[in-house]
Design a binder for this molecule. Structure first.
Ligand code: HEC
Length: 304
């Protein structure tokens, strides 16, 4: 009896092992036929961040600032730069380096139908090499590049998801991910918009682009060096005025809370100025953090 039991046990264990081995082999075979996706080529260029090559002719990355970065794009062979940022493109530097600009500003909340059609036109008419950028090259730029890649037929729904992940596009900007996912290439007979080198942007967007510029400058001046102090104060005054003017002139389309938040930020900048005047580095550092939190709080509620 004991012997029979032992036999049954050995058979059962044996069968189990056999099944497991077959399953493992199948899995291995499957993973061999499904190769890991190849990462997009990431490049290091002077004065530019988050640069990726999306296909043979198209690149995506951060906005160029100053001679060095435009020269780097020229060296790469770029003929046209496409900006999706709210800041007016630096046409002068581009022209000097022999490049054209196309401006299709988009928000953080998604790709409008018009912007989608304009991206289709970029894909149809620009032969490349083309460099697509927003400000940091992480969210809106890669989104635009993804849509353009789909129109060009060089990217598909699977590879764009991989590309956005690699570029660091935040899932917080759900509208960007959503609009890439639902994007349909326009029919070949669709009327596509004219492309312009510098588009008109709503005053709220321009004001925010300026606020952002001044905020980043103050952030870079975070280090408490004596030579930074004067410049810090100058930038903070500009930032405070920007917030004040935005509340006064452009908050009419929003509710009371919106205006109140802008006023709170204006007061926050005032306390930063005080911290600089008193040489209180600790107060300046924590004050900058509070201000950053205020930017994000409003964007979450009203923008993204
Ligand atoms: C009270 C609300 C509010 C506050 C505070 C605020 N923003 Fe904004 N910001 C907005 C809104 C709304 C938009 C979108 C405007 C649009 O697209 O119409 C925006 C857009 C932006 C943009 C995108 C501009 C573009 O290129 O399209 C940047 C960058 C920005 N804000 C930076 C900042 C920074 C930095 C701060 C803090 C110092 C800040 N914002 C504070 C409401 C706010």
């Amino acid at each position: 009896m004991l012997l029979i039991r032992f036999f049954v046990l050995v058979t059962l264990v044996g069968t189990g092992l056999f099944i497991e081995t077959v399953a493992a082999q199948q899995e291995k075979a499957e993973s061999q036929t499904k190769p890991e996706p190849v990462p997009f080529h990431s490049m290091s260029l002077p004065g530019l961040d988050n640069v990726f090559q999306i296909d043979k002719q198209f690149y995506s990355g951060s906005g160029p600032h100053g001679e060095l970065s435009f020269q780097a794009l020229k060296k790469l062979g770029i003929k046209t730069i496409v900006s999706v940022d709210g800041t007016p493109p630096d046409l002068e530097h581009a022209r000097k380096a022999g490049m054209k600009y196309i401006h299709i500003p988009i928000g953080y909340d998604g790709v409008s139908e018009d912007a989608g059609l304009a991206f289709a036109r970029v894909a149809r008419d620009l032969k490349g090499p083309v460099y697509i950028h927003c400000h940091h090259g992480k969210h809106r730029g890669p989104t635009a590049a993804a849509v353009i890649g789909i129109c060009r037929g060089t990217l598909n729904q699977k590879s764009v998801q991989q590309f956005l992940t690699q570029a660091g596009t935040s899932k917080d900007y759900a509208g960007l991910w959503r609009d890439v996912k639902k994007f349909k290439v326009p029919d070949s007979n669709a009327i596509l918009p004219e492309l312009v080198e510098s588009a008109k942007v709503p005053p709220m967007v321009s004001a925010m682009a300026q606020i952002s510029h001044d905020f980043e400058l103050s952030d870079q001046l975070l280090q408490n060096k004596p030579e930074n102090r004067k410049q810090r104060l100058r930038v903070l005054v500009l930032l405070r005025e920007g917030l004040h003017e935005t509340a006064r002139k452009y908050s009419g389309d929003y509710d009371e809370m919106f205006k109140q938040w802008l006023t709170e930020s204006e007061q926050q900048v005032k306390s930063l100025e005080l911290a600089v005047q008193q040489g209180d580095q600790q107060a300046f550092t924590t004050g900058m953090k509070t201000l950053k939190f205020q930017c994000k709080r409003c964007h979450k509620a009203y923008r993204d």
